[in-house]
Write a protein that binds this ligand. Structure first.
Ligand code: NDP
Length: 448
């Protein structure tokens, strides 16, 4: 049977089994849609039912997270961990704390993570987890009590050779610290069970910067294919959290001008560019005071666009760095009409299928999240290596390794797209290159 027919059949089965899980189905469809030619060329994957296996998490854990607020009131949240695929190494992937976190969203993220981690070439399987807890507006003590309760259950399922979570939306250095403390207390083990740790107790230099830096390095590789670079390029960035902050920093270093940031309430447009001094204000605003991006507009006298995303601002390059499906079909059309021709996804699946379709049709330089934002997990992999070796590499060493990994990821996607007859289509390239690595390892390991 033709590869495309098989992928269609598998998708029908996945839809039936996971009905209503919109984001998960979106992520699975995108990958399956790329794999027809791979199956045609490699019937061994069909015979071994690799597709049917790869769309099913190896294990999923759902648990109650009770905690008490500062007034003594009790709250109950729902925690998850999707241990998706361990063919290439221990499960690895972030934890998301956001009121919208649910099985569909965390499962889509776990699925994407499998292929992303394969592209890094580091020995990491894929997983993802989180909770529908909202850290916004909570005191440090409340966040600590919640993290302790969350880890009290999660610690039964993870470990440095089993499953190594990291941060994601709503989980930064503070949350990783609280969770690490609780893991250590329960297990009596100081071990590399989480990444994104602080530098003085096992963290890696550049991990904080890695996703944003990596998304810019990836875009730089795409630009090089057209003999271009970042000098003088106008760039829009969404979000104002970890990924957005270090995307702006690297853009500044490479001579581009980042002109926007956003949060869930609105966006700012700063045509003069978010320079180092203004970025320092953002870091303090977001990471210490935990305020809203509107304060940037008030402080620097620029336009605040309540309730608006940055995609109608004219730019050469766009860096979606907030959340899934933040660029819809209309936003994509606006970006393209305004001349944007480089999109590098810091966020996971930030473009809807209607948006992706337009980017591919217009043959712009489009770096999908599972490739463009892999720098974060790659540097988490480097943190794991340093923890195992019990030594720390310098900032320059880690940055160089990260840069080389991003160059290699781009090359793999570029080559796979070409090999399978879709030159320049890095969506197909990323899906195919990631899939083949995982599928081959699954074949080697027998029916698991
Ligand atoms: P942060 O929590 O640090 O920041 C998230 C930012 O996105 C905030 O500005 C937040 O605004 C905004 N945001 C979140 N949800 C929404 C929403 N529904 N609508 C509009 N804005 C929203 O998270 P990160 O920077 O770590 O993560 C951003 C993206 O990058 C996510 O898609 C994540 O999966 C992806 N990613 C992160 C990696 C990492 O290493 N951290 C690695 C790879 C991918 P507000 O404060 O108002 O909620």
């Amino acid at each position: 049977m033709a590869g495309n027919k098989i992928t269609q059949q598998v998708f029908e089965q996945v839809t039936k089994r996971n009905s209503g899980e919109v984001e998960f189905l979106q992520a699975v469809k995108e990958v399956l849609d790329s794999l027809g030619p791979v199956l045609d060329k490699n019937p061994k994957y069909v015979d071994a039912k690799i597709l049917e296996r790869i769309v099913e998490p190896e294990r999923q854990i759902m648990f109650r997270v009770p905690w008490q607020d500062d007034k003594g009131e009790i709250h109950v949240n729902r925690g998850f961990r999707f241990e998706f695929n361990s063919a290439l190494g221990p499960y690895k992937g972030g934890l998301r704390f956001h009121p919208t976190a649910n099985a569909s969203i965390l499962k889509f993220l776990g699925f994407e993570q499998v292929f992303k981690n394969a592209l890094t070439t580091l020995p990491m399987g894929g997983g993802k987890g989180g909770c529908d807890f909202d850290p916004k507006g909570k005191s440090d003590n409340e966040v600590m009590r919640f993290c302790q309760s969350f880890m009290t259950e999660l610690c039964k399922h993870i470990g440095p050779n089993t499953d190594v979570p990291a941060g994601d939306i709503g989980v930064g250095g503070r949350e990783i610290g609280f969770m690490f403390g609780q893991y250590k207390r329960i297990r009596n083990e100081f071990t590399g069970v989480l990444t994104g740790k602080a530098l003085n107790w096992g963290g890696s230099l550049i991990r904080t910067e890695a996703t944003g830096y990596g998304a810019v390095y990836f875009a730089d590789e795409m630009l090089k294919t057209r003999n271009e670079n970042f000098k003088g390029k106008i760039c829009t960035v969404s979000g104002s959290g970890n990924v957005a902050q270090y995307t702006v920093e690297k853009l500044n270093q490479l001579g581009a001008k980042a002109v926007s940031l956003s949060d869930s309430a609105g966006s700012i447009h700063d045509p003069d560019g978010i320079d180092a001094e203004k970025l320092a204000f953002v870091l303090e605003l977001k990471n210490v005071r935990r305020g809203r991006i509107k304060e940037y507009a008030d402080k620097f006298g620029v336009e605040y666009r309540a309730g608006k995303k940055p995609w109608d601002i004219k730019c050469d390059c766009a860096f979606p760095s907030a959340t899934q499906n933040e660029i819809d079909g209309n936003d994509a059309k606006t970006l393209l009409d305004n001349g944007c021709y480089v999109i590098s996804e810091g966020a996971n699946m930030p473009s809807t299928p209607e948006a992706v379709e337009q980017f591919i049709a217009k043959k712009i330089l489009y770096g999908p999240g599972k490739a463009a934002n892999a720098g974060g997990v790659a540097t988490s992999g480097l943190e794991m290596s340093q923890n195992s070796l019990r030594l720390s590499w310098t900032r320059e060493e880690v940055d160089e390794k990260l840069h080389n990994i991003m160059i290699a990821i781009h090359q793999q996607c570029f080559d796979a797209a070409k090999e399978y007859g879709q030159p320049g289509n890095l969506v197909a390239g990323a899906n195919i290159a990631g899939f083949v690595k995982v599928a081959d390892a699954m074949l080697d390991q027998g029916l698991v």
